[in-house]
Design a protein around this ligand. Structure first.
Ligand code: GDP
Ligand code: ZN
Length: 461
């Protein structure tokens, strides 16, 4: 008897689709499949990794639940490295629900969010960075974000971290020999050569990963841009024009209010959350005030404000007033309606003091100047930073914290080596940095950290 649970869940998203998939993993997966599945072919032997056509039938009343395709995949060549079964039925939630309920009644336990992937990690099929990549794949909003996640799933980050780990382990061995045989005459610790190894094999790669984390962060996390301007300058028109061209993979965020409308754009691989703050006016009524408050919050949280004026009218007193409220943010001035007679906008006229903001002339209606605007947004948010190197992997915020800690210990280790410190002191710093890297790949990661990671998953993954 195997004491491990067999878990199950609906693995396709809620709602209806062509097909829906129920997945089970665990020692009893095949037995449960056999209990509910009636293959069409009399010779069905549930050969591993083979799809069979048949029906799901309730074992008691023989009620037909759906026509399905079922596959049994024998451990260990599966997602979880356990026995896995998938039942592909019609993508109707009621069908999926009734089959899942039947399996739960037979003793299958409902999987927790991310539990399949957690098993893959716990059973050693993937490391923790690869498990995290699965989250990134599921939530990527741009093709570039997706490519980064796929790289990480392929083990790109793991390999780089593991190379550093290997080097640390090797140095630790050298230092430990010195601890174990302190009286030997031979000089076991060659400080100069260890120092060189620390720099080349540990410090430089660590710093590279940290740079990559910083530069690539924006492609993973995205930025938030808010369009601010008086009524009728063309904010909604710009949003629509941008969305027509560059709508990102995931849009229509639930909870969107009628006061602020937000959508995601894909600007050169950066997921850009763009918000149209409608209705910021001083003479607002109560309902509008709510909207204003929300708009203020959006502005406060924004990485960039697009301050829009109607270029066919030029700058008005009200524009200046409004400008004062966003003046403290990084911003681009956008002059719209360039298809009409347009005035040259002096950003100084807006009351802006300090660096002169350049103004971008567009026609939201005629879709002119939109490329320039997108370039300006991209340069504004990415431009100043180190360019992200396409071939490098991008550590996430958890990895980055561990990398920073590791670097601290490694710097201390370098100092220790330079001062020819005792072996046991060197060993401490070596061990500290090693532990940080072990946390990244999941060798020593604590249960609560694991919980936080796997809670980010959706059900059935
Ligand atoms: P909002 O109140 O700032 O969201 O402005 P809207 O997008 O609703 O646009 C207000 C009016 O200006 C509408 O009649 C639009 O058709 C018009 N409009 C928007 N952009 C342009 C433009 O580039 N050129 C011209 N000629 N009209 C525009
Ligand atoms: Zn509008």
């Amino acid at each position: 008897m195997d004491s491990r649970d067999t878990i199950g869940a609906i693995s396709t998203p809620p709602g209806s689709g062509g097909i829906g998939i129920i997945r089970m993993s665990g020692p009893d997966a095949l037995a449960h499949l056999k209990a509910v599945f009636q293959p069409l072919s009399k010779t069905c032997s549930f050969e591993s990794h083979r799809l069979y056509y048949g029906r799901v039938v309730h074992p008691d009343d023989k009620k037909n639940l759906d026509e399905v395709l079922a596959v049994f995949m024998a451990a260990p060549k599966t997602y979880t490295r356990e026995d896995v079964v998938e039942i592909h039925c019609h993508g109707n939630f009621l069908v999926l629900q009734s089959i899942l309920e039947l399996l739960l009644n037979l003793g299958v336990r409902l999987a927790a969010p991310g539990e399949f992937t957690k098993l893959a990690y716990l059973n050693g099929r993937i490391d923790l960075t690869q498990a995290e990549a699965v989250i990134d794949i599921l939530s990527a909003r741009t093709r570039k974000g997706m490519d980064m996640a796929l790289d990480q799933l392929g083990g790109a980050l793991y390999k780089e971290v593991d190379a550093i780990r290997t080097s640390l382990v090797q140095m630790r061995a050298v230092v430990e020999v010195a601890i174990d045989f302190p009286d030997e005459d031979v000089e076991i610790v060659n400080y100069a050569s260890l120092l060189k190894q620390v720099r080349n094999e540990v410090l430089i790669p660590l710093e590279k990963l940290l740079r990559q984390a910083e530069a690539g962060k924006i492609f993973r996390d995205g930025i938030s841009v808010v369009i601010v301007g008086l009524p009728n300058v063309g904010k909604s028109s710009l949003l629509n024009t941008l969305l027509q061209e560059e709508r990102a993979l995931v849009t229509a965020i639930p909870g969107t209010t009628r006061d602020t409308i937000e959508e995601y754009l894909d600007i050169q691989g950066v997921p850009v959350r763009i918000v149209d703050t409608a209705g910021i006016r001083s003479e607002a009524d109560e309902v509008e005030k709510l909207g204003i408050e929300r708009a203020r919050k959006q502005i406060d949280q924004a990485d960039l404000v697009l301050f829009m004026v109607d270029g066919s009218r030029g700058i008005q007193a009200e524009d200046r007033q409004l400008f004062e409220t966003v003046n403290h943010k990084p911003l681009l001035v956008v002059s719209n309606k360039s298809d009409l007679t347009s005035t040259i906008i002096e950003t100084g006229d807006l009351g802006f003091q300090g660096d002169i903001h350049s103004c971008i002339y567009i026609s939201a209606k005629k879709q002119q100047g939109i490329e320039e605007l997108k370039d300006a947004i991209f340069t504004n948010v990415v431009g100043g930073k180190d360019q992200w190197q396409e071939e490098g992997c991008v550590p996430n915020i958890r990895h980055k914290a561990a990398l920073l800690n590791a670097k601290e210990s490694v710097v201390r280790l370098g100092e220790g080596l330079a001062m020819e410190a005792t072996s046991d002191l060197l060993a401490i710093d070596l061990q500290d940095s090693l532990e940080q890297l072990n946390d990244i790949v999941g060798i020593t990661t604590t249960e609560d950290v694991l919980d936080v990671i796997f809670e980010q998953f959706c059900l059935g993954k």
